[in-house]
Design a protein. Structure first.
Length: 418
């Protein structure tokens, strides 16, 4: 298994280009199941999660071919075959095949999904919504077995809580359902908007994506897509935090500014100097970081996927900060490893109380999930001495060459196999 050796203390200076979004690529890959021709998705990052999701589509009969950053997907020979846990346990987004397979074939059998161990992450809202569209479900031996005997039909669906993958799954299913589907209390994340834009390009009519009410007018057939995925807002945010930690300055290119509004507000409050120009954001490190309180929430609130990275910055800020995690009940596993680097963090229910220390010190730490891996890499960049980050396979699932991009702007990082 790969690990990283990080020599701390170097400033970061230069330009970093943001890759395409993992969390937008996966549902758009699933949308290829709605057509019977070749689809082309541009700007797809070559990540472990993307490759694993591609294996799921290939198991269903799709043909995939990568040309650089472009992914060709042909699902003309697909069928609704059972998806075993050996495939679905590798990526939580495997649940996104549920809607398209039901819409196209009327039946599906899929093992429960895997992914990061950061909380319960139930799929009850997916099931509730698809039942409203006419599907029936049974659960047997760890599998979800779903059928839609008389074709899916449009309906009104009220989510109990906003769910990103649930909203996407229902959008995918409703695009081939008979009639109109209205999703209320829908997720408003930019990745939902990106999926909607792709489906619209395929011939679906969708209104309200990016708001809490999305209306989908089902079509009899959809055309194949040729679509460029949005840039990855979490990768972008991670490098913005890196700039606030060590930028001298760090220029992050390929940004969508409105996606970073909540993070930029906090970075400025902490003391980083930030300049926004065109499609790039320039960050100068906070010379005297100040503690600020953070509370995660659904978009447009502060993203839970940026909570671990910002915790690293708060570890060396003056004063005490309270970081409240409202979305996942098990998303502070990285705190113990930051404490091993010298941080002062106390956990209390859904809150982390972070008392800033003058400096972190290098040690050996273990990445516990995807975003925690980035948090520990950032900590290693500013810690004195050497830091080893183990289990970076988590990082490779969702960050496109994170260590290589940091090396290109001055980070002293080397990868080795344990």
């Amino acid at each position: 298994m790969d690990a990283l050796l990080i020599h701390g203390g170097n400033d970061l200076s230069g330009e970093i280009q943001i890759s395409g979004s993992k969390n937008a690529s996966l549902p758009i890959m699933a949308a290829a199941m709605l057509t019977q021709n070749e689809n082309i998705l541009k700007g797809v990052p070559d990540l472990l999660d993307v490759r694993n999701f591609g294996r799921i589509l290939e198991h269903l009969g799709a043909r995939l071919r990568r040309e650089g950053e472009n992914l060709h997907l042909n699902s003309g020979n697909c069928s609704s075959r059972a998806l075993p846990s050996a495939l679905t346990c590798t990526v939580r987004a495997s649940i996104l095949v549920l809607g398209p397979l039901l819409a196209r074939f009327g039946h599906v059998k899929v093992s429960l999904p895997g992914g990061c161990a950061i909380g319960k992450r139930p799929i009850d809202q997916h099931i509730k919504g698809l039942k409203a569209l006419g599907a029936s479900f049974v659960f047997e031996n760890g599998y979800i077995v779903a059928r839609a005997c008389h074709h899916l039909r449009g309906a009104k669906v009220l989510f109990d809580v906003p769910t990103v993958t649930g909203t996407m799954n229902l959008m995918l299913a409703a695009s081939l359902a008979h009639g109109i589907t209205v999703l209320s209390n829908a997720a408003q994340e930019p990745e939902v908007e990106d999926l909607a834009a792709c489906l619209i390009g395929m011939g679906c009519v969708i209104e309200g994506a990016g708001t809490d009410q999305v209306t989908i007018y089902g079509q009899r057939n959809l055309s194949p897509y040729r679509y460029k995925v949005m840039s990855d807002r979490i990768e972008c945010g991670t490098f913005l935090v890196a700039g606030a930690l060590a930028g001298n300055p760090l220029i992050v290119k390929g940004c969508i500014h409105k996606h970073q509004a909540a993070l930029l507000e906090k970075l400025r409050a902490i003391g980083a100097r930030i300049e926004v120009t065109g499609g790039s954001i320039t960050v100068y490190k906070a010379l005297r970081p100040r503690a600020v309180d953070i509370c995660t929430g659904p978009f447009p609130g502060f993203p839970t996927d940026m909570q671990p990275q910002l915790m690293t910055l708060l570890c060396i800020a003056e004063g005490a900060a309270v970081l409240t995690e409202k979305l996942f009940e098990n998303r502070f596993m990285h705190a113990a490893w930051l404490c091993r680097l010298g941080a002062d963090i106390t956990l209390a229910s859904d809150c982390a109380i972070i008392r800033g220390v003058p400096m972190l010190s290098g040690s050996t730490v273990v990445a516990t999930d995807l975003r925690a891996s980035a948090c520990l890499v950032l900590a290693g960049l500013v810690a004195s001495g050497d830091t080893i980050v183990r289990s970076v396979a988590h990082m490779d699932r969702g960050f496109d060459r994170l260590d290589g991009k940091l090396v290109a702007v001055g980070g002293r990082i080397s990868r080795f196999e344990e």
